[in-house]
Ligand binder design. Sequence first.
Ligand code: ASN
Length: 292
Amino acid sequence: MSAVMQIQTRALKAIHDYMFEKGVTHIMPVIMSTFTDPLSHKVDDAEIIYKGQRLKITKSLMPFKPLVLSALESAAIYTVSPCVRFEKETGTKRHLLEFSQVDIEMKDAKKEDFMQFIEELIVSVFSAVKKDCKKELEQLGRSLRVPETPFKVFKKPELVEKYGADFETIVSRMGSGLFWIIDHKREFYDKEDPGKLGSYLNYDLVYPEGFGEALSGGEREYEYEQILSRMKRSGVDPAPYRALLEVAKEGMLVPTSGGGFGVERMVRYLTGAERIEDAALFPKIPGQEVLI
Ligand code: ASN
């Protein structure tokens, strides 16, 4: 675990250095609020009650990030944020009930801009770890490859047709480079392609060697009517998102693209750990009793 934590330290420094060089503003995380990311997969909300008011514990910094960019002059923001997700699926080896997410958002960016930004970040982090953590990687028996860019891009609907529901794991086991999967039908805030309704301008980044998802994100919906219609279609109650809707209604929500990646998943990949709990000090595993 000492070697794992040293690699985590080097990776985080490389992430912060990269953000600073690119002029990305570091914001502090939000831990509890009247709303959080609804997410589109099976996760129960974690809530606490303060003076009779129910507050959600953060699942991701969506949809705070576009709100922040609408208020600040910054061209881009990021945070390293604690997230709590009571995942319903168990035994995946890659989910924790509590994890840390590097959550990023860029103003006026298209999905290609964001994807390129992330590819450069990955290369810079992996290179730093490979160069400065030789001893630790050797201790862990990990031969780490710095991936070549640009990463391959696959369309989700095509992968589903070819490989079925388990497409992500199957393709992740096939290659040795990170790759993108684009066009996922999910949360209301990921932008629908105006030129091709029913397609979505979003992306997942996937680690090779069977490690699975690294990052998810997308271009964002920023027009009031479209956000409302997407909420309706995804069965999301608009009431808690009043602040977001009011800003959008005034035409003040700026167009952005963004995404988030899990720190523990990145450390798991860098160190080649068998399970996500081997990359966390106090792992809380879905379906299991919390020990500490
Ligand atoms: N952080 C992600 C995003 O920016 C959302 C997520 O974690 N599901 O889209």
